[in-house]
Each structure stands twice: as structure tokens, then as C-alpha cells.
Design a protein around this ligand. Sequence first.
Ligand SMILES: Nc1ncnc2c1ncn2[C@@H]1O[C@H](COP(=O)(O)OP(=O)(O)O)[C@@H](O)[C@H]1O
Ligand SMILES: [Mg+2]
Length: 415
Amino acid sequence: MNILLLGGGGREHALAWKLAQSPLLTRLWCAPGSAAMAALGDCVPLDPCDPAAVAIFARDRSVDLVVIGPEAPLAAGVADAVEAAGVAVFGPSAAAARLETSKTFAKQIADACGAPTARWARFDALAPARAYVTAEGAPIVIKADGLAAGKGVTVAETVEQALAALDAQFDAPGAAVVIEAFMAGEEASLFALCDGTRAIAFGSAQDHKRAFDGDKGPNTGGMGAYAPAPVMTPEVEARAMAGIVAPVLAEMARRGAPYRGVLYAGLMIENDAPRLVEFNARFGDPETQVLMLLLESDLAPLLMAAATGSLDGCAARWRDAAALTVVLAAKGYPGAHARGEEIGGLTAAADPDVVIFHAGTRAEEGRWLSNGGRVLNVSARGATVAEARARAYAAVDKIDWPGGFHRTDIAWRAL
Ligand SMILES: Nc1ncnc2c1ncn2[C@@H]1O[C@H](COP(=O)(O)OP(=O)(O)O)[C@@H](O)[C@H]1O
Ligand SMILES: [Mg+2]
């Protein structure tokens, strides 16, 4: 099987690492990939967000499957172009990816199929939004309606905070917001492989969005994750698959936008009842890094089955273990931060149960240099979350990068 993987972050390094172990793999291209991914496949200077360029490359090189890592190519219609070129693609069409790119669309779909989620209303003007918040009271949640890279949500504890969030949102021209009732509970992510009509559960995880220990500080893309999520018991998973994922898939197909790829359901779980927080139309980063450490099945045929509408009879096998990843980020992230700092000790950290995925590095004359905000995902496996965590932090301690920082409390909730 010839595979073209789009993206070059830690999530894609983890996908490449797992795909490279497939006995079915003939050739792996990564676009753009990264210096670390170059050890696993051929990195090609192809813009992953250029639908025509990706489709032409896929056809010319006899690619059997295009795997789309990040959200931006989905929103740009890369899956549509690849499918039109007659090549199988793992990742939804732009129309189906609206489950992630439009908070309003996701809420409308959830309501249309009866998937449990918070009561909501959408506003494209400030005055009625302020009136709604004042009438509803707090706590209440304000969300920008569009891709906001994790920066568009305010969980307001007071009406004053909510009003301030609205004022900030409507500073931008053309702004629109979704206002939601606050849901209490514990949050976890459920992943489902979808082939347009069928879905199979594909693991669960929990992550830490805040920059600093104790879930304090600014929101980030994610500072760590662990899997499986203890709160996602088999019963909760079954309820989420039957009550949220399956009806949403059916509704998308009914509307002529069948969903193929991974559906990432952010859930709030209270008294074993999962409710939908949001959908993402791709794998999580850094959740994928821990999922790949636990996945026993060959990833390539599962992604191919999802891409080609043939998931029937497929199931993923998992190790009976836990995995955890610690994100090493550049000091200052998610704000301004340095690049080009040397990182040492990466080989010293090697252990059979530890894998260091690169999220933002480059190589220069045999040295690794920082090249982004989130830079490394130090990931480990163990019999328990506690064991995985001890291994991951032991590996972190061997890494020499004075310009980096990390959280020291990943998975505190599970311990
Ligand atoms: N209705 C809600 N009730 C409680 N918390 C919420 C609600 N909606 C969102 N949140 C919190 O805000 C976070 C971000 O919201 P989310 O919808 O996931 O947006 P995004 O990931 O696009 O920033 C969630 O992970 C969750 O912690
Ligand atoms: Mg989210």
C-alpha cells in the first residue's frame, strides 16, 4: 500500500510511526512531514492545504490512500479533491468537516438526531447576545462560531465575565457566537473511525489544555494526554457510540454529506451519561500519540476500510495497558517564544516503552533544534497510568533543553 500522510506535527509523527510498522506498507510519503518523520517516510515539499496539488501528487505517484492529519486541509477541501481524483482518502469532505469548523452546524446536527448536548443559541449581533446572557445567568459558555484553534471559548463563571467575552468577540467584524448552557461533569474524548455509514470505537483519552500545573494559565493546543480515559467505561463508550456517534453519522448521510475519517467527540460525562461538547473532524494532538502507543492492530487497513466504506466486521485491538504523553513546549508558549535552541539528550531518553514524537523540531548537522511552540511529545506506555507517567517523566528528565517547559501533573485526575 502506498500512503501519503498530510501534516508534520506530533500527531502526524505518531501516525507515521504506526503506519511504518504495517507489513502492508510499500511506500510512505509525508507532506510536508518533518525532520523526525524523514526517518519513517519520504518527506515531500507539497502544500497539504492545496487540494489540486495533493490530488495530482496522489494520482501521479499511484498513492492508494491519503491520510489527512490536521484540520486545515479538511476545511480547504483536500479530501474532496483527492476523492474526485479517484484515490481513497481518510478524512471527511469539507461539507462533513463542518462538524468541526462550525459550532452552529454541529449543534444543529446534534439536535436534529437527538444526540444529547447543551442547550444553545446563536447570535450575530452584540445586543441580543448580551440580553440572552443576562436572562440566562451564569455559569454560561461563550464560543466563537468558527475554527478558533482552541482560543474561542470562554467558560464564564459570572454574567460579567460572559458579557466581557461577548464584547471581545464582537470587536471583530462579522463575528458570530454560540452561547451554551454550562454542563457539569468530567471531560473525555472518544474517537470513532467512520466509513460514511458505520462507526467503530477507536479509543478514548483525556488531555490538559491549560499551560501550567493545576490546570492554570492560558489555553494551549494541549500540554499532555493519557489513554484510556478511566471515566470512559465500556458502558459509557457504548452509550456515546449509540446515542451520539451513530445518530450523527446517519444524519450526515441523510443530508448528503457522509462522514468518513475519524470523528473525535469531546464529551462531558456526568453520572455515566455522556453529552456532546464538540466534534473535531480529525485525530487529536497530542491524544493520537498515546492512542498509537496502545494500538495493537495494524493501522493501515483500518484507515483504508474507513476511507472505502468497508468497516463492516472491523474492530481495533488494543494493548491492555495505559499510555501518557508530556508535551515539552518553548518557554512563552502559547505566546511569543524562541526557536532554534539546541535540544540534547534525546537518545539518552530512549527506552522500549518510551517514544519521543517530534511536534516542532528541525535537524541541523546532526543536532535537534526547537522549531515551534509545542516541540516534543515524550510518550510512554505502562501497565497503569501511574507506571506510564513515571516512565514519561523519567525520560523528560534526561532531555536537555533549558528553553523548554512542561507540566509536571499530567493525568492528575486519573491518579
Ligand atoms: N457547554 C459546556 N459546558 C461546560 N464546559 C464547556 C462547554 N462547552 C465547552 N466547554 C469547555 O470549554 C472547552 C473548549 O470548548 P470546545 O467546544 O471544545 O471548543 P474548542 O476546542 O473549539 O476551543 C471544552 O473542552 C470544555 O472544557
Ligand atoms: Mg475542544
